[in-house]
Design a protein. Structure first.
Ligand code: CUA
Length: 313
């Protein structure tokens, strides 16, 4: 029976997945049996009781209590099984264990931001330890989003002005994709992130060091990596095409008309300002929708992004 969920669902990588898949399989197998049974009955009756001649008449049959009770009670039992099973799974999935490691999740159009208990933050990469319950406390800075990790079988709406939460326990190191499952605007389909499951030791190391991988990189290389990982490319192209925001191509030194009618020459200060307080100087013709990166990028990272943008010409 597991073959069915293996075929229809991605590999199960959380402790909750087994129960979800079992119910999923049960519903599918029951539906398949009913589909086959009902189809065979329809075909059999259509042949057996077809009108054989012009004066063939149908006998008057009012009802058959036994038959009607049978076809009511069996489906009732089936849906009650699905209800009971589903409800118990729902209770498990909505009540995180007390010892769960808590992470704050903030959804913005169109990126995911994660804040850890010791002050570490990350964008579009959720780092978690394996074999330990992790509880996410989520909210949105703008519109409705939905946090969805198919590998973990968890999905929950992320809403402005209110917290929602979801928990999971990853069963081993590896990476899984996070999708946004609520249509949230033009870059909805690019609102992707990764869950990176570490061993507990690696997770502790990551919490201490953060993305210290950048130590060996030149500023331009680091900047390119940040632009790719921090969700910038969902809205800004590097090839001159216009997405939700202006292109990064040949951006330095360019004259830009702003929505307030003034013109600026794009320099390091304009870029820095646009990263930290994006909606104070918005390019004309674009909506003021960029989320602020204040608090989530260090000065060194902002410098690196600016150095990288200078190379795009
Ligand atoms: Cu966020 Cu779709």
């Amino acid at each position: 029976m597991n073959r069915l969920s293996d075929f229809m669902l991605p590999p199960a990588r959380s402790t909750l997945a087994g129960e979800v898949d079992a119910l999923f399989n049960f519903i599918n197998v029951v539906s398949l049996i009913l589909l086959i049974g009902i189809t065979i009955a329809i075909i059999y009756f259509a042949i057996r009781y077809r009108r054989k001649s012009d004066d063939d008449t149908t006998p008057l049959i009012t009802h058959n209590s036994k038959l009607e009770i049978t076809w009511s009670v069996i489906p009732l039992i089936l849906v009650m099984i699905v209800f009971g099973w589903g409800y118990s799974g729902y209770l498990t999935m909505t009540n995180a264990p007390d010892d769960a490691y808590e992470i704050r999740v903030i959804a913005k159009s169109w990126l995911w931001e994660f804040h850890y208990q010791d002050g570490q933050t990350s964008i579009n990469e959720l780092h978690v330890p394996e074999n330990r319950p992790v509880k996410l406390i989520m909210s949105s800075d703008d519109v409705l989003h939905s946090f969805y990790v198919p590998d973990f079988r968890v999905k929950m709406d992320v809403i402005p002005n209110r917290y929602t939460s979801v928990w999971f326990e990853a069963t081993g190191p590896g990476e899984s994709v996070i999708y946004c499952a609520e249509y949230c605007g033009s870059a909805h389909s690019q609102m992707l992130a990764d869950v990176i499951v570490h061993t507990q030791d690696d997770f502790d190391l990551w919490l201490e060091a953060g993305d210290a991988i950048d130590e060996d990189l030149t500023p331009v290389e680091l900047g390119r990596q940040l632009v790719e990982r921090q969700g910038c490319l969902a809205c800004h192209s590097t090839d001159g095409s216009t997405l939700q925001g202006p292109t990064f191509l040949d951006i330095m030194g360019r004259e830009r008309l702003l929505t307030d009618g003034t013109t600026v020459t794009i320099d390091e200060n304009y870029l820095r300002q646009s990263i930290l307080e994006p909606n104070t100087q918005v390019a004309d013709g674009f909506p003021p929708i960029m989320p602020s990166y204040a608090g989530s990028l260090s000065d060194r990272q902002i410098d690196a992004i600016i150095e990288y943008l200078k190379t795009l010409d």
